[in-house]
Design a protein around this ligand. Structure first.
Ligand code: DAH
Length: 353
């Protein structure tokens, strides 16, 4: 093919390619056209492969002609490709926008009540039925309310039991909900039935079962002739209702300065069913309800005469109970703001509200 013939052939190829591209409406067909023209065995591709057949003094010119043509065809195919792609995406959009009333709605990401709140509400309802009022106390407490009023004097070793956040104003972040006992006694006097759910704070190293911020429910019942059997019956009702199963309780002596006698009420471990697991520290039992008979000094500090009245108190580990109820193994998720890790597993005691 001499140079003139070559020129004419190039013009033909360009015109045919332009005509074909205009006709094509599918992206894939345009890709086939591209390879049938520019591919190794394509119409222009062959001319490119043939450059070396020309005498050396013509090769430069031939190369220039075919490469320029290749550039123009490339540009033309690119432009058409862009047109086809934008049409294709407009069609997709239109299809997506089309409303089909027979389709189910797209799934909504659903929030739900926090497990600790859910259990708290349940406990509040339960105690209201038993004639208790629900009180709240401040999270920033005076040393007096958090310790002294509860028979924990400054020098008492029991203060070491609680790793306390001390504030620069001399107050503390309450280490337990027990200060509300004193506040309620002052507010209502005897007889008295009150629970006080709320957040507590301890300077703890955080791990799967320790948090610096957790929830308790304090309970206090003062009346004439109140004794340990009332406390144990109440504990059984409380834990059976919340766990929605028959719970086994174990009662052990326990020391707390604000009660005498003090007891620990343990519940059989829900996670392993008593077979022993890390949650129950391989014991089959979980400490859930420290309690006791209110110490006369605490009654006196609250303005109640211990010769006339007696009462029981308890400090339920609400966070721990929620973990037991819903089979949550790691306390850290509860304050994380992302509860998805605990939403999926089968919940042990029914849905979260
Ligand atoms: N306040 C105690 C604590 O956080 C728990 C407690 C124990 C509360 C015995 C009580 C009680 O009311 O009687 O460790």
């Amino acid at each position: 093919m001499n140079l003139d013939e070559l020129n004419r052939r190039i013009v033909d190829i360009e015109r045919e390619t332009a005509d074909a591209a205009r006709e094509i409406t599918l992206v894939d067909s345009l890709r086939s056209l591209d390879s049938s023209v520019l591919g190794k065995t394509g119409s222009l591709g062959l001319l490119i492969a043939n450059i070396k057949e020309y005498p050396p003094d013509q090769r430069g010119q031939v190369g220039k002609l075919v490469n320029e043509a290749k550039g123009r065809i490339n540009a033309l195919l690119d432009t058409r490709m862009a047109e086809l792609q934008s049409v294709a995406s407009a069609v997709d959009d239109a299809q997506a926008r089309e409303f089909d009333p027979t389709l189910p709605p797209p799934p909504k990401p659903m929030g739900s009540i926090h497990p600790v709140t859910a259990v708290q509400w349940e406990i509040e309802r339960l105690f209201e039925r038993m004639g208790f009022t629900v009180e709240a106390g401040p999270e920033m407490e005076s040393e007096y309310h958090n310790f002294e009023a509860l028979n924990i004097p400054a020098s008492h070793p029991a203060r070491d039991m609680q790793d306390t956040f001390w504030l620069t104003n001399g107050c503390v972040l309450r280490t337990h909900t027990s200060p509300v006992q004193h506040r309620a006694m002052k507010k209502f006097g005897a007889p008295l039935r009150v629970i006080a759910p709320g957040r507590c704070f301890r300077y703890e190293t955080i791990d799967a079962s320790h948090e610096n911020t957790f929830h308790q429910v304090e309970g206090l019942m003062i009346d004439r002739d109140i004794g340990l059997p009332h406390l144990i019956a109440m504990a059984k009702t409380l834990l059976t209702e919340v766990m929605r199963r028959k719970v086994k309780l174990r009662v052990r002596p326990g020391f707390f300065p604000f009660v005498e006698p003090g007891i620990e009420i343990d519940m059989n471990c829900e996670i392993c069913g008593g077979k022993k697991c890390p949650t129950c520290k391989q014991s089959g039992w979980v400490e859930i309800l420290p309690a006791g008979m209110v110490h006369p000094n605490v009654l006196r500090a609250g303005g109640i005469d211990p010769d006339e009245w007696s009462g029981f108190a308890f400090g339920l580990g609400l966070t721990r109970l929620a973990m037991m109820k819903f089979g949550i193994r790691d306390i850290r998720v509860l304050n994380s703001g992302d509860l998805r890790p605990i939403v999926a597993p089968v919940r042990v005691a029914g849905p979260i509200l």
